[in-house]
Design a protein. Sequence first.
Length: 249
Amino acid sequence: MDITYWNRAAACYDDDIFSVLRNDRNGVLLRAMERVANPRGVAGDLGCGSGIILPEVARRFGKVHAIDLSPKLVEIARASCRRFTNIEYGAADLSRRGKALAALPKLDVVVNVNVLIAESRPLREAILDNLIRALRPGGHLLLVVPSLESVLWTAARLAEWNRRRRTPRLPDKVLDSKRAREGIVKIEGVPTKHYLREELESELSQRGLKLCALEKIEYHWDTEFDEAPKWMGTPFPWDWMCLAQRSKK
Ligand SMILES: C[S@@+](CC[C@H](N)C(=O)[O-])C[C@H]1O[C@@H](n2cnc3c(N)ncnc32)[C@H](O)[C@@H]1O
C-alpha cells in the first residue's frame, strides 16, 4: 500500500475502495463530526483519498486542509469539491515530517478515515504520531479503523451460513492469515491492519490522548458477502470510530 498502489487505485477508486461514509448505516461518523464541528475552526482531512468525506468536513469548519499521499487522488478530490472555497489541498506522506505537514497550522480537528491500515507497524506509528502533532492542544482526532473483532464475527457468521446450507466450510480470511494475531488480515488480497478495541484505546492513551467516544460504525452484510441471507441481521459488521482529545497543555 505505497504511493504506487494508491495512485493506481485512483483510476477506479469509487468502485474498488470501500467508503465508510457511504456505508455507515447509522450515521455514526457524521454525528461524531457534528460533536466537534466549528464554523470558525480549522480541520484536516488527512488521508482524504478521492475526497468523499471532504464536503462534510468543509460544511462544518471554516477552513479545511485536505492531504493525501497520492497526487492523483488529491486531484480527484480537488475536482469533485470545486464548489467549496474553504479547502486547501496538498499531496504529502503523513508518515514523514516534510514541508507540507510542517506548513499546516495547528488543527482543531483531524479526520483520518481508514488510513492507518498499512501492514508496517513503524509506518502506522509514524502516521499516528504526526496526526497528533498536527493537532492544537485540546484538539480532537476523529479516527476510523477496521475492526479485528468484526473479522472474527464475520467468520463465525460464514460458518453458521455454511452449516445452514450444508456447504463444506469455505476458506475464510482469518483462518488463512498467518498474521491474524497482529491484526493483519487480507482484504481483496491486500494485507490490511485491523484493530482490537482495547488495542486502539491503548495506542491512543499511550500517546496522551483522552478518549471521548469509541463506537462501532456498522455496515450491511452485503459489504462482506455478495448476497447475504436475510437472517444475517444484527450485529452487523463494523469498523471502529474513535474520537479522542489531545491534552490541553
Ligand atoms: C482507504 S482510503 C480512505 C480515503 C478517505 N479517508 C475515505 O474514507 O474516503 C486510504 C487513503 O489513505 C491514503 N494514505 C495511505 N498512506 C498514506 C500516507 N502515508 N500519507 C498520506 N496518505 C496516505 C491513501 O492514499 C488513500 O487515499
